[in-house]
Design a protein around this ligand. Structure first.
Ligand SMILES: [Zn+2]
Length: 351
């Protein structure tokens, strides 16, 4: 075959399209005879051909085979050989029925494994394309759902930043409560003596004269609110940019114009955005928990506990609280976070 050309001998110039493959599989299912697929070649493929593609798997239960005979294998020159194999297309334009084990022996050096792998990749690409065609048109709605989070994200961003900036010492104390004790706000009771089990004034766990008891007054929730690395507005902008980078307009044309890498990259980008949306809402909700009435009541209870030496004051108002530790830590925190949607549109089945 000079300069890479070859003479086509079979009737299938190109690998059969999905609709034709469905017809083939229908024939196999109805008759139990894959040999009835039109234009099947019964001689082995030429190993010097470069392109071979697996079209579909062929499996027939022995009970469905005429006379209980196995399916003839082209590699074995039409000798009945297998019940589980493949339909192979080669660039000589031929379709052949080949047994699985025969194929591994015939295409030596792992070549058949490569052919199987290529077939798998091609099917995956097709699945990605179909998925993009089905779902890319939903992107404008998804974008609208994310944009609708802007009031909540903006509100939380502002309250978060103000807390870190205007009340840095209190911010640090609460952060430490999350880091060291899962949000527990504690006070220490000192008990000078114990008059049972052991000598007066001695306690084995401290080895000293006093006995300390730690009391959890409240347990904070909403650690995200204090995380300086979580910036709601930036996170929201990033997600909007991700969604806007996906092809809009005529989805059919956009997908048709993509090459293999384009389909894969677009699918990955879309999947990342689908994951990032609900993850962002979960973080925003977690941050908003910090401002919940129960949380603020817990802070106040702790601040006012007689065993808390910290001169922290918390004044509750209807939709805010005022916090004061000293001259450098005074802050009014607003607590009425705008509502957030569930991002229902993001519930899309994966390819
Ligand atoms: Zn064979």
């Amino acid at each position: 075959m000079p300069d890479g050309s070859f003479s086509t001998v079979g009737p299938y110039l190109f690998p059969p399209p999905p609709i034709q493959i469905e017809e083939f599989l229908f024939i196999v299912k109805e008759t139990g005879e894959p040999e009835r697929i039109p234009g099947i070649t019964r001689a082995p493929p030429d190993l010097s051909l470069e392109r071979h593609e697996l079209i579909c798997e062929i499996h027939v239960p022995v009970g469905q085979r005429p006379g209980g005979e196995y399916i003839p294998c082209a590699i074995c020159r039409d000798v009945p050989k297998f019940l589980h194999g493949h339909l192979l297309w080669s660039e000589d334009g031929c379709l052949r029925l080949i047994g699985h084990c025969c194929a591994h022996e015939y295409f030596q050096g792992g070549r058949f494994a490569d052919i199987v792998d290529q077939g798998r990749r091609k099917r995956q690409r097709k699945a990605q394309e179909d998925w993009l065609l089905d779902n890319l048109e939903k992107v404008p709605d998804l974008l609208a759902e994310i944009v609708a989070l802007q009031p909540a994200a903006g509100f939380l961003h502002k309250q978060k930043s103000a807390f870190a900036k205007e009340a840095p010492a209190v911010h640090e104390i609460f952060q430490r409560a999350f880091r060291n004790s899962a949000g527990a706000l504690t006070v220490v009771h000192e008990q000078l003596a114990r008059n049972h089990d052991g000598p007066r004034g001695f306690h084995s766990s401290t080895g000293g004269q006093s006995d300390y008891q730690v009391e959890i007054v409240a347990t904070l929730r909403g650690q995200e609110f204090l995380m300086t690395g979580f910036r709601p507005i930036s996170a929201l902008k990033k997600l909007i940019a991700q969604l806007e980078a996906l092809p809009g307009g005529n989805v059919l044309d956009a997908v048709a114009a993509m090459d293999e890498q384009g389909v894969d990259a677009t699918t990955r980008m879309f999947l990342a955005a689908l994951k990032a949306g609900p993850a962002l809402v979960a973080r925003l909700r977690a941050a908003a928990l910090f401002l919940s009435p129960a949380n603020v009541a817990g802070m106040k209870k702790w601040a006012e506990h007689p065993n808390n030496p910290l001169p922290l004051h918390i004044d509750l108002r209807s939709s805010s609280f005022r916090l004061r530790l000293d001259e450098n830590n005074i802050l009014l925190v607003l607590t009425s976070c705008p509502p957030m949607s569930d991002l229902k549109g993001f519930d899309i089945a994966l390819p």
